[in-house]
Design a protein around this ligand. Structure first.
Ligand code: CND
Ligand code: ZN
Ligand code: ZN
Length: 336
């Protein structure tokens, strides 16, 4: 591994709120590296290739892989022991004790082991210390706007949560031609950065006595066209659902909430024709899309560098987590 970003999902893993996780585990899932060696029968990559491990692996053969709509390859998620390779083994040990894998990737380490279908070769010329963000945060947010929501020109978008994922949503909304992008965050320190990403107005729910959904309905004259929840909080998911226009529109859940939490709402609000959708890795199929996203980055269609606020060596990983918890960073990139 060369570099890895720290994503809020890694913090969720540390908190133990993700489903079916087993410890001890090597977390981290937003990385880039160089192939050191390959196993028997591997033909798609070779030693020396620059690669991004995939949280959305692609077997190419299952019904989801063959359908242009989905990106959660069944081979990797069905009938498979959590945290292990497909043969049921782990490739990590520490002092003789088995260590589990995370999200098919495990990037907080100098060396990882991934399956051929959970890694993809990228252009050698990419800037390694920021392209790692294509492994999760950037692609997740950007794809949520472009693939899942299919934001249309002239629309009004609301983004709850102005972290790495939320700002990548803003990049997607802007490219799709949204004219109004409203950012919502309880940390006002995020607002300047958000404006640099095309967010036109920022709001702090703490600044108003009214519920945020009501504030947004008033501000948008009846609701936004698209609302993205990029926090992982049940309350903001419900608020987001109540902030979309009654016409026909959509709300997207990008944030990861704690296992066993339940989202509840009055089904009557769906009678307006509202749609509730979710997005995993921005809807991108890993092997097909990641090399293309890297090329788009090299062609300066978007700037990953702007999302990186801090850089640290692996030994200072806990400082990176402190920066995330205290809301002081957008993305910290670790050098491995
Ligand atoms: P990050 O912590 O960088 O950003 C979250 C932002 O939300 C911060 O700016 C907070 O200040 C803000 N916030 C927190 N609580 C509230 C609140 N109640 N009201 C308003 N704002 C609030 O996190 P991130 O951008 O790395 O990740 C965001 C979520 O996306 C998180 O749940 C993560 O697990 C999830 C995610 C999803 C996917 C996917 O494929 N769907 C992939 N990776 C991460
Ligand atoms: Zn598949
Ligand atoms: Zn992530």
């Amino acid at each position: 591994m060369l570099y890895t970003g720290i994503c809020r999902s890694d913090e969720h893993a540390v908190e133990g709120i993700l489903p079916e996780m087993k410890f001890p585990i090597i977390i981290g899932h937003e990385g880039v590296g160089i192939v050191e060696s390959i196993g028997e029968g591997v033909t798609g990559i070779k030693p020396g290739d620059r690669v991004i491990p995939l949280i959305a692996p692609q077997c190419g053969k299952c019904t989801v892989c063959k359908d242009p709509r989905g990106n959660r390859c069944l081979t990797f998620i069905l009938n498979r022991p959590k945290g292990l390779m497909s043969d049921g083994t782990s490739r990590f040990t520490c002092k003789g004790k088995q260590i589990y894998h995370f999200l098919f990737t495990s990037t907080f380490t100098e060396y990882t082991v991934v399956e051929e279908n959970a890694v993809t070769k990228i252009d050698d010329g990419a800037t390694m210390d920021s392209v790692c963000l294509i492994g999760c945060g950037f692609s997740t947010g950007y794809g949520s706007a472009l693939n899942t929501a299919k934001v249309h020109p002239g629309s009004t978008c609301v983004i709850f949560g102005l972290g790495g994922i939320g700002l990548a949503v803003a990049v997607g909304c802007k490219i799709a031609g949204a004219t109004r992008i409203i950012g919502v965050d309880i940390n006002a320190d995020k607002f300047d950065k958000a404006k640099a990403f095309g967010v036109s107005e920022c709001m702090n729910p703490k600044d108003s006595d009214k519920p945020i959904a009501q504030v947004l309905l008033e501000l948008t004259g009846g609701g936004a066209d698209y609302v993205f929840e990029c926090i992982g909080n049940i309350e903001t998911m419900t608020a987001a659902l109540n902030s979309v226009t009654l016409l026909m529109e959509l709300q997207f859940i990008v944030g990861v909430s704690a296992v066993q939490s339940k989202l509840s709402f009055d089904p009557l609000i769906m009678l307006s024709g509202r749609t509730l959708k979710s997005s995993y890795f921005g809807g991108w199929k890993g092997k097909d899309s990641v090399p293309m996203l890297v090329s788009d980055c090299m062609a300066k269609k978007f700037d990953l560098e702007k999302l990186v606020t801090h850089r640290l060596p692996l030994e200072k990983i806990n400082e990176g987590f402190d920066l995330l918890r205290s809301g002081k960073c957008i993305r910290t990139v670790l050098k491995l």
